[in-house]
Design a protein around this ligand. Structure first.
Ligand SMILES: NC(=O)c1ccc[n+]([C@@H]2O[C@H](COP(=O)([O-])OP(=O)(O)OC[C@H]3O[C@@H](n4cnc5c(N)ncnc54)[C@H](OP(=O)(O)O)[C@@H]3O)[C@@H](O)[C@H]2O)c1
Length: 277
């Protein structure tokens, strides 16, 4: 598995695992834990969760999946925007640590921008970092103007990633957000890489995938992995899908395939405000 270096030197695999929607159904519990463990076995050792997912149930599930294997895993979690005050972020992080059953989160993100002043959240993150409770911190759903503002604040230049909606059907970020992040050497974490499954029925994608004897999900992931400095975090609670997704990291798309995807899923002519799910 290819590894990416974060600005502070921390290292993470380019293909990880999302967990939104996991931990919520008892009937799916065993399968979801097994899927995450299989993903770790296969090298998808970055696991993305959030206090929001199942109101802590996803973090608990992740905690169970990584028990005994903490050192293999790069753990990402996120604080609710409304918890991201000086005291609130520290308390939220403590709760996440407890649910995850770990002493340190590798990367802690502000889930989206809310009404708490950014300077306050960044100060809280710096304190959590100083206390050894998080190794790195970053943001999510930040558009270019948010990144510019954050970068001008104390600790803003320590932001390790911006986790954003990015896939074949959400390419507006290529106008200025991705170039801005690239210029500042901040890797992107692409969420909903298969558009929560909606991309998989696309006929053009299916035909490009069939020609390669791959699945649409694999081609959608391989396209993201072909972009520079992008970490991709598909969610799957299904072992077969996890294996399929892992194999996408070994697909090097040809120049012809990349052009075909570009024609089928063109970047919008004009920039739009950052979309989020
Ligand atoms: N920061 C944010 O605001 C934010 C927002 C959204 C998501 N995220 C993070 O990003 C992760 C991924 O995004 P997402 O969960 O929204 O969407 P996603 O990964 O694009 O799609 C997940 C859906 O696709 C299905 N799927 C996955 N691999 C498949 C395959 N190979 N073949 C067929 N179906 C497949 C999954 O079903 P199965 O489980 O049955 O495989 C699931 O229904 C989240 O889980 C979360 O960790 C962050």
């Amino acid at each position: 598995m290819k590894i990416i270096s974060l600005p502070d030197g921390e290292r993470a695999p380019v293909l990880g695992q999302g967990t939104w929607g996991t931990g919520e159904k008892k009937s799916r519990h065993v399968e979801e834990v097994a899927a995450l463990r299989l993903g770790i076995d296969l090298g998808m050792t970055l696991i993305d969760t959030a206090e929001m997912y199942g109101e802590g149930a996803s973090e608990e599930l992740v905690g169970e999946a990584i028990r005994g294997r903490r050192r293999e895993v790069f753990l990402v979690s996120k604080v609710y925007a409304y918890n991201a005050t000086q005291r609130g972020a520290i308390a939220a992080c403590d709760r996440s640590l407890r649910r995850l059953g770990v002493e340190r989160i590798d990367l802690y993100l502000l889930h989206w921008r809310g009404s708490v002043p950014l300077s306050e959240t960044l100060n809280a993150f710096a304190r959590l970092h100083g206390a050894g409770k998080i190794a790195s911190f970053g943001v999510s759903n930040f558009d270019t103007s948010d990144m510019e503002e954050a970068y001008g604040l104390a600790h803003g230049q320590d932001i390790a990633t911006d986790q954003i909606l990015y896939n074949l059907t959400r390419r507006s970020v290529e106008h200025d957000l991705l170039p801005w992040l690239g210029h500042h050497h901040i890797p992107v974490m692409a969420y909903s890489p298969v558009e929560q499954g909606r991309l998989l029925g696309n006929r053009k994608l299916a035909s490009i995938a069939a020609a390669r004897k791959a699945t649409p999900a694999q081609i959608a992931l391989a396209w993201l992995l072909a972009q520079p400095d992008v970490i991709v975090i598909p969610k799957s609670g299904d072992a077969k899908h996890v294996e399929e997704n892992r194999a996408a990291a070994d697909i090097a798309l040809t120049a012809e395939e990349l052009s075909a995807l570009d024609r089928a899923f063109p970047r919008p002519a004009k920039r739009k405000p950052l979309e989020m799910l």
